[in-house]
Design a protein around this ligand. Structure first.
Ligand code: ZN
Ligand code: FE
Length: 278
């Protein structure tokens, strides 16, 4: 398998975004300027690997963006701020130490360095105040960028810890409505286990079958399966496909009545099934 292989279910990485592996399966993201050394960290759950990545790439941290309060996303804030004295943007509706700029749904974040504008999208469900950051493009790359924390995953979605299934459905629909080529920078490498569930939920889907095989191959090569993009998620992520015939049929067989139920009932049933799925 050559490094230049084109993956069908993993778009080419963004040249200005660095994924920093942390803990057992987190990705902490660094987005940097097309020219110059300014960089933003998104969800730096651990300061040390972010600091290492900044040094290795000759970058200077100018801002931190947080999606929600869990420590694997916010745990590195204090140490990084001590070192860089940078502003910290984060969800207005969550209590996170260190936030200097609380933001919420619909807010526009215009950063000077790196030069990029983000729209904040409220995506409650995993936590009650969870937000995502969306930019239409960055540098010479025309693809949009979505940093969505633990809401939309490659092949799955976050557990509903604080919100409701109705909130999660609404949040996922907002993200699914973004342009097809938008890169999805989620915060965990959960793709293989997510796709095993997707295959159980939609067993006749050839796309899901192929995506599972590809994700296994990528992981065997120690390659990240993230970022994904919105088109790939729409075509294979069961949580964006609760109305797809194959998934409706599977759910109906497990629990008669779900085929005629409201979408939120099917999303809740999928999420609950996944919680116990091994
Ligand atoms: Zn979380
Ligand atoms: Fe997380």
């Amino acid at each position: 398998m050559s490094e230049t292989e084109q993956w069908q279910f993993a778009p080419p990485p963004h040249p200005l975004v660095i994924g920093v592996p942390a803990f057992s399966d987190n990705y902490l993201w660094i987005l940097h300027a097309a020219d110059g050394d300014a960089a933003v960290a998104i969800d730096p759950g651990d300061a040390a690997p972010v600091q290492e990545a900044l040094e290795r790439n000759g970058l200077r941290l100018t801002a931190i963006l947080l999606t929600h309060h869990h420590m694997d996303h916010a745990g590195g804030v204090e140490a990084l701020v001590e070192r860089w004295h940078c502003p910290v943007y984060g969800p207005r509706d969550e209590d996170i130490a260190g936030i200097t700029h609380p933001v919420g749904d619909g807010d526009i974040l215009d950063l000077d360095e790196p030069r990029i504008g983000f729209r904040v999208i409220g995506v409650p469900g995993h936590t009650s105040g969870h937000i995502a950051y969306y930019a239409t493009s960055h540098g010479g790359d025309a693809r949009g960028l979505l940093f969505c924390g633990d809401t939309l995953f490659a092949g799955g979605c976050g557990r509903i810890f604080e919100g409701t299934p109705a909130q999660m459905l609404d949040s996922l629909e907002k993200l699914a409505a973004l342009p097809a080529s938008t890169l999805v920078f989620c915060a965990h490498e959960y793709t293989v286990s997510n796709l095993r569930f997707a295959a159980a939920a939609e067993p006749d889907s050839e796309a899901v079958t192929r995506r599972v095989a590809e994700a296994l191959r990528m992981r065997a090569l120690d390659l990240p399966t993230v970022p994904s993009n919105i088109a790939i998620e729409r075509s294979t992520n069961p949580f964006l496909r609760h109305d797809a015939a194959g998934i409706v049929a599977t759910l109906e067989a497990r629990q008669p009545g779900l085929a005629g139920a409201a979408p939120v009932e099917r999303l809740a049933a999928l999420r609950e099934w996944k919680n116990g799925f091994r």
